[in-house]
Design a binder for this molecule. Structure first.
Ligand code: NAG
Ligand code: NAG
Ligand code: NAG
Ligand code: NAG
Ligand code: NAG
Ligand code: NAG
Ligand code: NAG
Ligand code: NAG
Ligand code: NAG
Ligand code: FE2
Length: 534
């Protein structure tokens, strides 16, 4: 098997993408779909993909040369009741940091088999490497097209750039994508039927629609996730099959979580589909965990369950969200972990500490979208450990705040504040459209807009400067940009500075050199096809 891949790649002459209409069931049930990556330490990478049949021994073949994928690693093929697919997860370890690898997964096929598409990934930079880089952040991003963000919200899908198109178009501008919650919005399948966006099916067949929406979203994201780590966090829409409940006024029925079939509750699809580096960071599942990349320590926290300190999360049984999910840790396990995780960061090596939480506790809105218990539980810890930036979503507008401590803007603003900076960007693309902010605005708001979908770019320049930009999905414009200065003290002795540790680009004759650019090329090809198919 291994030698077959080496042989086939030796004859590779150009890249041919495996094209599958998003959401469609392929003829070959083992066809690898929905390729996605997740950092697993600086010397590891988890490669995942889905198939419509179980694979006996999911395998990833990899190497630093496209013609020699002689490395291989195996993993697991997992599913859940009422799923239409299997998730295959393979963790590769023992890699070099900050190094590009080529990979293919089990049963990677190719038309006429004289050409084979190898994807690439690049491992994270070591702690203490101060080379500047950029990360993409998107929250509240759902399936695009007639099954999701509808034509009433953004116009026909072939006439606009969605956030997925924008992420694919600008893929060479960032190292990875962070998506802290509300992924796909498949749990809106019933509401979409009630609102007559989707053709009605009997509720007992709803799981098929739910799964089709999930698969369609993951397929649509493949041009991004096949070559960029896709780090995810839990949102309320990952909790169950029905967003906590749906009312059909015409039929006078209120559907609750009770209508969800086995396997459709308790974050099951989300837990099955992703493998975040909680083992590497002492966290729990895909709920709370952390990772490092160069000069930054990233922390994903969970606002849905396990808040601790006497509070249940809004998505827990008895919680305000009626999602009936969790808990996943022991009492106070998340906050105990968070304290320990933040305390263990060597700020001279990873001066930047960035936390993402799905639900906001600072936002220009009143009501149940504000997680006041999250503030009670998390804010003191984030303040104590001098977290630099906190990212929120959940509410579908964009709001850049000042650094804030206990509700009060830091008088230093972005010039060496002592409080964490807060940014909310819930404009990835929610099928119901955009929310409006409430006035008067809280004192700490510095910029707010509720008209354009978009995503965030975080650029870490060096030990002291970090820039956040809001990118308009529709046209790529930077709508808002702000730079934070912090007087961090850094130990740059082990850093290779701006001279990257990446191997020098190799030029391969006879066409296979184009594989070097495969990630970008593949992304563009697939993005175009996805765009046409949506
Ligand atoms: C397969 O590839 C060979 C060599 O490139 C070509 O001659 C042949 O026509 C191809 N077959 C099909 C069915 O496309
Ligand atoms: C710096 O580069 C050297 C040689 O390429 C490498 O061994 C080392 O791990 C790099 N250090 C960092 C922090 O990237
Ligand atoms: C709707 O159903 C409830 C009971 O489920 C009933 O009490 C109520 O009268 C109904 N309303 C209408 C308008 O039919
Ligand atoms: C959800 O799953 C966790 C972990 O398996 C379990 O401890 C918890 O009881 C489950 N919650 C519900 C509501 O089923
Ligand atoms: C850095 O800034 C903080 C907060 O303003 C201040 O307390 C600290 O003394 C400063 N440290 C240095 C080395 O300037
Ligand atoms: C850090 O980056 C900022 C923004 O690019 C730049 O203005 C500043 O001079 C840099 N600081 C150092 C020490 O290089
Ligand atoms: C899509 O965005 C690109 C730049 O990102 C822009 O050039 C193009 O005109 C946009 N297309 C549409 C249909 O708006
Ligand atoms: C891009 O879109 C934004 C938001 O709609 C708009 O303000 C800006 O003028 C547009 N830029 C270009 C170059 O069209
Ligand atoms: C490229 O292919 C040609 C024809 O097959 C061969 O003569 C040449 O040696 C190859 N070049 C390299 C660098 O492999
Ligand atoms: Fe949400």
């Amino acid at each position: 098997m291994r030698s077959t891949f080496v042989f086939a790649l030796a004859f590779a002459s150009s890249v041919v993408a495996q094209i599958n209409v998003p959401g469609a069931v392929p003829i070959n049930k083992l066809e690898p779909l929905q390729h996605r990556l997740a950092y697993a330490g600086t010397t590891g990478m988890t490669v995942s993909w889905n198939t419509y049949e179980k694979i006996d021994e999911p395998t990833v073949y990899y190497g630093t040369d496209s013609w020699d994928l002689s490395g291989y690693a195996t993993g697991e093929s997992v599913t859940f009741q009422t799923s239409l697919t299997w998730s295959n997860h393979v963790k590769i370890t023992g890699l070099q940091p900050n190094t590009q690898y080529f990979y293919v997964v089990s049963n990677t096929n190719c038309y006429n088999c004289s050409e084979l598409a190898a994807y690439t990934f690049t491992t994270a930079r070591e702690i203490g490497d101060f080379t500047p880089y950029t990360a993409a952040v998107v929250v509240d991003l759902g399936v695009m097209g007639p099954d999701g963000l509808s034509t009433t919200s953004v116009g026909a899908m072939d006439e606009v750039n969605t956030t997925i198109h924008s992420l694919a178009r600008y893929i060479d501008g960032y190292d990875f994508v962070w998506h802290p919650g509300d992924i796909a919005y498949a749990d809106y399948w019933l509401k979409e039927q009630v609102q007559k966006y989707l053709k009605p099916v009997p509720v007992e067949e709803g799981y098929k629609v739910y799964n089709r929406l999930l698969n369609k979203y993951y397929d649509q994201m493949q041009p991004v996730t096949a070559t960029r780590p896709y780090m995810v966090g839990p949102g309320n829409h990952e909790a169950n099959c029905n967003n906590g409940g749906t009312t059909d006024k015409e039929k006078n029925i209120t559907y609750t979580v009770e209508l969800c079939m086995e396997g459709q509750t308790n974050f099951t699809a989300y837990r099955t589909h992703f493998r975040m580096p909680s083992a590497e960071s002492g966290g729990v599942d895909n709920f709370w965990y952390s990772w490092d990349h160069g000069m930054v320590h990233y922390v994903q926290i969970d606002t849905e369950t396990d808040l601790g300190h006497g509070y249940i999360g809004p998505s827990e049984p008895g919680g305000t969200g009626k999602e009936d999910s969790g808990p996943f840790g022991r009492l106070n396990e998340q906050t105990d972990w968070l304290e320990k995780d933040l305390a263990s960061v060597d700020r001279t090596k990873t001066p930047w500490v960035i936390v993402a939480a799905h639900r906001p506790y600072y936002a220009a809105q009143q009501g149940s979208n504000i997680c006041t218990s999250c503030r009670d539980v998390f804010e003191p810890i984030l303040l104590k450990h001098n977290v630099d930036l906190v990212l929120f979503g959940h509410i579908h507008f964009y709001e850049r705040n000042a650094p804030i401590a206990n509700g009060v803007a830091d008088p230093n603003e972005l010039d060496n504040p002592s409080a964490p900076w807060y940014i909310l960007n819930g404009l990835g693309g929610h099928y119901d459209g955009i929310d409006t902010y409430d006035e008067p605005l809280p004192d700490y708001v510095r910029y707010v807009q509720d008209t354009d979908y978009g995503w965030s770019k975080l650029t870490f320049h060096n030990c002291t400067h970090l820039t956040h930009e809001f990118i308009v999905s529709g046209n790529g414009t930077v709508l808002d940009s702000a730079t934070l200065y912090k007087n961090h003290t850094c130990d740059m002795s082990s850093s290779n500075g701006s001279s990257s540790n990446n191997p020098a680009p190799i030029t391969i004759e006879n066409g296979s050199g184009s594989l070097r650019a495969s990630s970008a090329l593949l992304a563009i090809i697939v993005a175009i096809v996805v765009m046409l198919a949506m």
